[in-house]
Design a protein around this ligand. Structure first.
Ligand code: ADP
Ligand code: MG
Length: 353
């Protein structure tokens, strides 16, 4: 059964697009390697006047991003924003640019949502559809954060099982899909596909230092940077086991968990300050806790309280994600099986206590 033939056919029969098909709307973002717009189809002006598609005009690295999105589309469609099409737009100026088209998933990233004073209650009705009966307080907040973490890890597990490491997991790259009421991952511009050896980070590209695990470079420096594709395909399961590159994303996801539990770390400055403190403790979260807890203010204490619910199961999960050594961090799959997400098991536990 030839995956390449299948991929070719699938692509051949799919709707294709050209530059003139799109009407540009509002600019949604601008990074070093591309600009993102909300757009609509010229022939089929959407009922919403702002358009129901998203276009990224990317530089030369757009080719890799198209590759990653095509793979995700076939292997784990629901973990990332719904990708429609990517092509080289060469009619304009020097060399051309890559155009990538997704469905517009919704107006909020996890970053937008955590910046709200009302977080996590502002997310509650979005994911659950109804307000819970619990009174406001850490238990209810914990339940919302749990749901967000489960969705995040589910999407991440999908990517990792496909052989893709994202390398730029952060709240800005997590979009809330209004259609499916779930969080999805976006921005595969820095991703690496280890199964086929596509592992390219341009020299000038810096991983976001706020969310990057201490190892920075996910493959050990001894690993040849660009083996030929067949060699890489044969080697990559071995390399994956040796280097556990997926644990780079787990560290970043752990930091997002931390930010959700502690409002003080949701701002850039707050997170930078936390990173500095953790580094001083040699990336040992328990050591960090010992240094800050005795003189912690109300807000910090409340965060610990939330993570300490149900016998400290949240804190346990957090400390198994944010660790210095990649090898000691849980995988996304193992994290999903963690008792933090298992309400039945917790209930049984509380009966035994
Ligand atoms: P970059 O970070 O390289 O500029 P992203 O792919 O992260 O590009 O997109 C930039 C922003 O555009 C995102 O943070 C998000 O706000 C918005 N965005 C991207 N893709 C979608 C999508 N499918 N639906 C809705 N908004 C999106
Ligand atoms: Mg981004």
């Amino acid at each position: 059964f030839d995956m390449f033939v299948l991929a070719f056919l699938e692509r051949f029969f799919r709707t294709t697009y050209r530059k003139d098909d799109f009407v540009l709307g509002k600019k949604l973002g601008e990074g070093a390697f591309g600009v993102v717009y909300r757009v609509s189809l010229a022939k089929k002006p959407s009922s919403k006047k702002e358009g129901d598609l998203v276009l990224k005009k990317a530089t030369e690295y757009g080719a890799v991003e198209i590759w990653m999105n095509e793979r995700v589309r076939r292997a784990c469609a629901n973990c990332c924003a719904d990708f429609l099409y990517g092509f080289l737009e060469s009619s304009s100026k020097k060399g051309g640019e890559y155009w990538l088209i997704w469905r517009y998933e919704g107006e909020s990233t996890l970053s937008d949502l955590t910046q709200s004073k009302d977080f996590p209650y502002n997310v509650e009705t979005m994911i659950l559809g109804e307000v819970q009966a619990l009174p406001k307080g850490i238990e209810r907040e914990n339940r919302i954060i749990q749901t967000i973490m489960r969705q995040l890890l589910f999407a991440l597990d999908g990517l990792h099982s496909t052989g893709i490491v994202h390398r730029d997991i952060k709240p800005q790259n997590i979009i809330f899909s209004e259609g499916s009421r779930t969080f999805k991952i976006i921005d595969l511009g820095a991703a690496a596909d280890l199964r086929v050896g596509i592992n390219y980070i341009p020299k000038e590209f810096l991983l976001d230092p706020r969310y990057a695990a201490p190892e920075q470079y996910i493959m050990s420096t001894q690993t040849p940077s660009a083996p030929s594709a067949p060699v890489a395909a044969a080697l990559s399961p071995v390399l994956w086991q040796l280097n556990l590159p997926d644990r780079f994303d787990i560290y970043s996801t752990g930091l997002i968990f931390l930010q959700m539990a502690f409002p003080g770390f949701r701002t850039d400055n707050g997170l930078i300050q936390f990173n500095r403190q953790l580094k001083r403790c040699d990336y040992d979260l328990n050591a960090w806790r010992k240094t800050v807890e005795p003189r912690a203010g109300v807000e910090l204490r409340r965060g610990f309280e939330l993570l300490d619910l149900d016998g400290g199961i949240g804190w346990e999960l957090l400390t198994s994600m944010v660790r210095y050594k990649a090898r000691q961090r849980v995988s996304a799959k193992a994290a999903l099986a963690h008792p933090y997400f298992d309400r039945e098991a917790l209930l049984a536990l509380s009966f035994m206590q």
